[in-house]
Design a protein around this ligand. Structure first.
Ligand SMILES: [Zn+2]
Length: 362
């Protein structure tokens, strides 16, 4: 992955969403920036990066506006690796707490007198600004707040402190209390168009990522650079190359199935077995995605509109595609997916899936 840290990235403009962020800086310059914002939109489109960019531009000594990248506040913002060293910024990210939900203690100080491991939102906002400007809280995956945490946050929203800005970031605003929704200004972040997404993936991706691959990833991720970077981190393009070898007649189904286990990739799971299941599921998902594209192509959608249009094109270029077999293969792949979840040996399930998929080859 890129060596550029998230914070350094956030100092630069989040392409595609700059207008929304500029509007908020302009509001701040006129002293009419609201104290609670909700950034919503699909996963991976740049909501969090935009929230960081907003904060950097509020802190910058030349701001509010595009962060200069040279002043003291900009330097403090971007130093510190994955986290920011700026003393007036608090980021609440459930991933840092290794929590599946955001608990009360992330929002309000503990009442049992125990010292919390991290600062709560309330505890942070109670302190005055270190640098004399705004204090900013970014609450990532805000929909993961449990009911107690949401109620505590409601109190914070009802008693705003001057100079504070709270940004809730979420892809699922419907899971937040109506009373929270009525107290925040909603800013929507849509999918990027494929050209902008490809540009961003090329810029943020690892060195050596060529433009063609960036464009493929933009289509594959449906215009979501965050998802594209995750696909890269998991080594998914290599899986796709395996499939291309199968489709192009350069490797047989069992050979491809075996090679899946040799690919580099970081798959979620606490045990080796769980990781193997995640890997098998990812491969099965890819087979299903390609199959769905074949069905769409058969129904008249042009190949260039499809995430895997190139594979579909290669497959169709080798002879007539047996469209009548698609439903059966589809059913087989779905069954394989259930079998992996049901704890059957993932290696054997993948063999079966690849053999089934290969019945579509000429
Ligand atoms: Zn600056």
């Amino acid at each position: 992955m890129s060596l550029v840290s998230t914070m350094e990235r956030a100092l630069r403009s989040p392409l595609g969403h700059l207008e929304q962020v500029r509007g908020l800086w302009a509001a701040d310059a006129d002293d009419r920036l609201v104290h609670a914002l909700l950034f919503d939109g699909p996963d991976g489109v740049g909501k969090y990066l935009s929230a960081l960019h907003l904060a950097a531009g509020l802190f910058c000594s030349e701001g509010p506006g595009e962060p200069c990248g040279r002043c003291g506040p900009c330097h403090r913002f971007s130093s510190g690796g994955a986290e920011s060293n700026h003393p007036d910024l608090l980021i609440v990210d459930p991933a840092d707490w290794e929590w599946e939900q955001i608990k009360l203690e992330a929002i309000a100080p503990r009442e049992d007198g125990e010292v919390p491991t991290r600062r709560s939102v309330e505890g942070f906002l109670d302190l005055s600004s270190v640098e004399g400007g705004h204090r900013v809280v970014i609450l990532r995956e805000a929909h993961l707040m449990n009911p107690a945490a949401q109620n505590a946050l409601l109190k914070t929203l009802e008693e705003p402190r001057p100079g504070t800005v709270l940004v809730l970031v979420t892809s699922r605003p419907e899971e937040l209390l109506d009373t929270i929704m009525s107290r925040v200004m909603r800013v929507h972040f849509g999918r990027l168009d494929l050209t902008a997404a490809a540009h961003l993936i090329h810029e943020l991706g690892p060195e050596g990522l060529d433009e063609r691959m960036a464009a493929d990833l933009a289509r594959w991720s449906d215009g979501s650079p965050g998802r594209a970077l995750m696909l890269l981190a998991q080594g998914r393009p290599a899986e796709r190359e395996l499939l291309a070898a199968l489709v192009g007649g350069k490797a047989g189904p069992i050979e491809c199935s075996r090679r899946v286990w040799e690919l580099d990739g970081d798959f979620p799971g606490k045990t080796e077995r769980a990781k193997a299941r995640s890997r098998a599921r990812a491969m099965l998902d890819l087979l299903l995605e390609v199959l769905l594209d074949l069905e769409r192509f058969g129904a008249g959608r042009p190949g260039e509109e499809l995430a895997h249009g190139d594979l579909v094109g290669d497959l169709c270029g080798r002879g007539r595609l047996p469209f009548e077999r698609l439903p059966r293969v589809h059913q087989l792949l779905r069954q394989c997916r259930m079998d992996v979840l049901g704890n059957l040996t993932p290696e054997a399930v993948l063999d079966r899936a690849f053999l089934g998929f290969a019945t579509l080859l000429p």
